[in-house]
Each structure stands twice: as structure tokens, then as C-alpha cells.
Design a protein around this ligand. Sequence first.
Ligand SMILES: [Zn+2]
Ligand SMILES: [Zn+2]
Length: 110
Amino acid sequence: MSSKSQNSNLVPPAPGFEPICHVCIRMFASRPEKFTHDPSSKHRECVLCARDFCERHASIKHMENKAEFERYPVCEINHETYWRNHNGIGSLTPFRTVEEYKENCESDTD
Ligand SMILES: [Zn+2]
Ligand SMILES: [Zn+2]
């Protein structure tokens, strides 16, 4: 067995491919000819911006704590900026941090 590098599964998209991850969607739309992805990548829904993302676009900082990441998946975008642009728009209010998410979604005090 030769050692595999982390990105060895990256392949160009098959015909008719539609990305699930919101970061991949943007990349694929702007440069389809440069786009590669890992078809075996798991997708998760970001607790902060409520969009699907692939493992490649997960927050590296949050991935450091695996257990926490499994409970509170976070994508790599700057949620502070996203929050500023989207707060109060629509029914889903994004969160800036996992702490903020926990405070809003996990307290059952009333
Ligand atoms: Zn992605
Ligand atoms: Zn996100």
C-alpha cells in the first residue's frame, strides 16, 4: 500500500454533475474547467449558515475537535461576514459562532 495524500480522491466532475456543497457550487459555477471534487466526501449541514458543505470545505479550526464537529458541523466560510449580510433576512437567521448557535437552539428554558 502506498501512502495516499489527502486529496488523492479528487476527480473532475462527471457529466451532469451538480455540487451539493455551497462552496463547491460557487467554485463550479465560476470555473467548471478547473473544478475537482471528492465523490466519496460526506456532506453535512452547517449549523451556522444552514447550508450543505463537503469535507473539503469544512472549517479546519472546528475539525480539530472531532466530537464537537460531529455534533456541530461548521463550514469554512467567514460566518461573521455571512451573518452581517444575512441577519434578519428570511426565516433562517444565521449564527456567527457555535456558542451562539447553542444558546439559541439548545436552551429549553422558558
Ligand atoms: Zn465543497
Ligand atoms: Zn456555514
